[in-house]
Write a protein that binds this ligand. Sequence first.
Ligand code: HEC
Length: 137
Amino acid sequence: MKPFFLFYLTFCFIGILNLNAQKNKSESIKNGIKLYRDFCYRCHGFNGEGQTDLIPPLKSSDYLLNNIDLSIAGLKYGLKGKIFVNGKLYDSYMAYQGLDNDEIADIMNYILNEWGNSSEEFVTPERVSKVEKSIIK
Ligand code: HEC
């Protein structure tokens, strides 16, 4: 009986460790808030509203909400040239912000679910690592 119990306990413990290994969505979003304030808000604004004609909004952005991998690529490699956001043309440049895959995942989960944005998707660092530069035209 005793060895079985120890065996069971060991499995429970490993289970708990595994759960902690990866952030869940709400933990990721929480971390994303801090990162957004450090790296994005000076351009995209506290409320994701952007800046007229120069910097596109993230709030209700069809570009962001409909092109998750493209948005990831912009954060991973930088984004340059013509893009349409909610029917409006932007032809500008966003430099790579120096974030790693884990940080990009957290920021994506935050901006996809803030200011009335909402997404079923959960962006993981693994997904970020798979996005290649070639998807940006
Ligand atoms: C120096 C200003 C600047 C900073 C800082 C910046 N961006 Fe941008 N961002 C831009 C500009 C300009 C564009 C449009 C680029 C173009 O016209 O090709 C853009 C485009 C985007 C887009 C795609 C278009 C849209 O509005 O949906 C996303 C998503 C985005 N940025 C997210 C972020 C996030 C997240 C951060 C923080 C990690 C960030 N940006 C930091 C200036 C900035």
